[in-house]
Design a protein around this ligand. Structure first.
Ligand SMILES: [Ca+2]
Ligand SMILES: [Ca+2]
Length: 255
C-alpha cells in the first residue's frame, strides 16, 4: 500500500464518527462549520513517491554497452538500425546500433553517423544544411538550424564534436564516444548546448564513390533511404531538459 492511501485510511479511521465535519476539505457540508484544525495542506505534504513532474533524467555509461531504456529507443528510416537518446543533468547521450557498426562491416571506414543539434529550435538560426560529404548533404527540417555537430566514423577511427561559428564548423574538445559490438554511444556536455530546449537530428551516410547513400535517420519516415544530393530531413527530436516527458514521447516530434 502506498503512503498516500495509508494516510487517507488512517485519517479516516481516526476521524470523529458522529460529530463534527468530515475531512473532505473540498466538499464541506453546507450546514457544518469548517474544521480548521485539519488543513488541506496536510494532504499536500504526503509523500506519494517520485514526482511525475520531475524532469526526465537517465544517466548513460558511455562504454559501448547499450544501457538506454526502452523509452530512449527510436526506430529509424532503416529497420535494422536503432537510435537512442537520453539525458541527465550533465550530458546529452546518443546511441546507435545496426549492422554497419558491427566489427568487420563492409566499408565501415567510409560510413558515418551524424548528429546535428539546434540550440534554439524553431528559430532557424545556425547552419541550414549539413556538411557536404562527396556529393551528399542534408537540408534540415523547417525551423531547425544547427549550432553543434557530432560525427563518428563507423570503424571507430574518428570522432569529433564541432560548433558552427556562422560560417564554418570549428572542432571543440568536448564529448565522449565508446563503441563495442554493434553499439556506439556518445555524450555531449549540456554545458555546450545552452539552457535548452534543443533540437536533434541523426542519420548515417555511406560516402563511398558510386555507393553513396543516406540512411538510418532518427524517426522512421523522416526520409526515404538512398542516395540524396540534398537529403530533405522532415522531422527532429525536441528535447526539453526541464520536462518530464521521456525521449520517445510523441509530443517531442517536431516540427
Ligand atoms: Ca552504455
Ligand atoms: Ca539554431
Amino acid at each position: 500500500m502506498n503512503r498516500a492511501v495509508l494516510a487517507v485510511l488512517l485519517l479516516g479511521a481516526c476521524g470523529p464518527a458522529s460529530s463534527g465535519p468530515k475531512l473532505d476539505a473540498n466538499h464541506p457540508p453546507h450546514d457544518a462549520p469548517v474544521d480548521t484544525s485539519v488543513s488541506p495542506d496536510a494532504f499536500v505534504s504526503v509523500d506519494t513517491g517520485p514526482d511525475s513532474n520531475q524532469p526526465y533524467r537517465h544517466a548513460i555509461v558511455v562504454d559501448g554497452v547499450d544501457d538506454f531504456a526502452t523509452v530512449d529507443k527510436f526506430g529509424t528510416t532503416s529497420p535494422a538500425y536503432g537510435a537512442m537518446v537520453a539525458w541527465d543533468a550533465t550530458n546529452l547521450y546518443l546511441g546507435y546500433t545496426g549492422p554497419d557498426l558491427a566489427a568487420g562491416a563492409l566499408d565501415a571506414d567510409q560510413k558515418w553517423l551524424f548528429v546535428y543539434i539546434d540550440t534554439d529550435p524553431g528559430a532557424s538560426t545556425g547552419a541550414a544544411t549539413s556538411v557536404l560529404y562527396r556529393t551528399q548533404r542534408a537540408t534540415f527540417p523547417t525551423g531547425f538550424g544547427a549550432e553543434l555537430h557530432a560525427r563518428y566514423k563507423a570503424d571507430g577511427s574518428f570522432h569529433e564534436v564541432a560548433a558552427y561559428d556562422g560560417t564554418t564548423w570549428v572542432a571543440t574538445a568536448v564529448g565522449q564516444a565508446a563503441h563495442a559490438t554493434d553499439v556506439v554511444e556518445l555524450s555531449i556536455p549540456r554545458a555546450s548546448l545552452g539552457a535548452g530546449p534543443i533540437g536533434v537530428v541523426t542519420w548515417m551516410i555511406n560516402e563511398k564513390d558510386l555507393a553513396e547513400a543516406s540512411y538510418a535517420g532518427l524517426y522512421a519516415g523522416n526520409f526515404t533511404d538512398g542516395y540524396a544530393a540534398n537529403l530533405a530531413l522532415t522531422k527532429y527530436l525536441r528535447v526539453d531538459f526541464d520536462a518530464p516527458q521521456a525521449p520517445t514521447d510523441p509530443t517531442n516530434v517536431r516540427p
